[in-house]
Design a protein around this ligand. Sequence first.
Ligand code: PGA
Length: 275
Amino acid sequence: MLRFALGLNAGDQQQGSAGIRPLIAGNWKMNGISASLANVREIGMKTEPIADAVDVIVFPPATLLESAAAVGLPYRIAIGGQDCSSETDGAFTGELSAEMLSDAGATFALLGHSERRRRHCETDENIRQKAIRAIDANLKAVICVGESLDEKAAGDTLTVLSKQILHAVPRTVNSSDLVIAYEPVWAIGTGRRPEDQEISEAHAHIRGQMEAVWGEGGRQIPILYGGSVDSKNAKTILRLPNVNGLLIGAASLDAAHFSAICSDAAGLASANLSI
Ligand code: PGA
């Protein structure tokens, strides 16, 4: 199981909060066939020297979970499912239970991604139930939140985040089983992202919500930023307060770019450890 409390990043240090080891996650979405396992291996070979400084997760399509977990294991790359059912078993054609993901070697479940919210009409309540199932099956739940462009234009970003967190994040679970990903819907796959200050505000807001529920434990919940992250902007974003890692879509399909981002995160963490 991955640990979250070894490193420091610049943001945490500026905030004076306890260190959280950076977590870099690649969401492959509906991309990848067995030949793509070579990418997992390449990421593994490139990130092996920094595996003590950064946690690396790949979310491949479900068909590759078991084989990706086997390839990633020696390199300490964790594997996650891109969704799980809110049910445990039964007549739910096409769905995968959290237990099945775990059985296939996953240790994380990505939940409430905006593509699932939009295309599959997932509500915050569905997502909360899925998170409970995931954690019951010994997976860590990575819960995505984020505002649409209209909500941003209306100045409602923080209100939307509060509402999504209130309804989608279960409060009856251990804080150590949670990761939050702030992904503005309008930034996903568009090449656009919020200003640094906007990311900082959103992450500070989420941190406040986590601390309000879990106290000290809430200070240790990793908060990832996602949406048009690439190897050029990753370092800048990772330096922002309360940004503990990244959730990366398109750029995670390129092993060299993804590994470079992992190295940036490890470099920032080590630089802060040596201060
Ligand atoms: P992107 O996707 O990095 O391609 O914008 C991020 C995501 O959907 O998690």
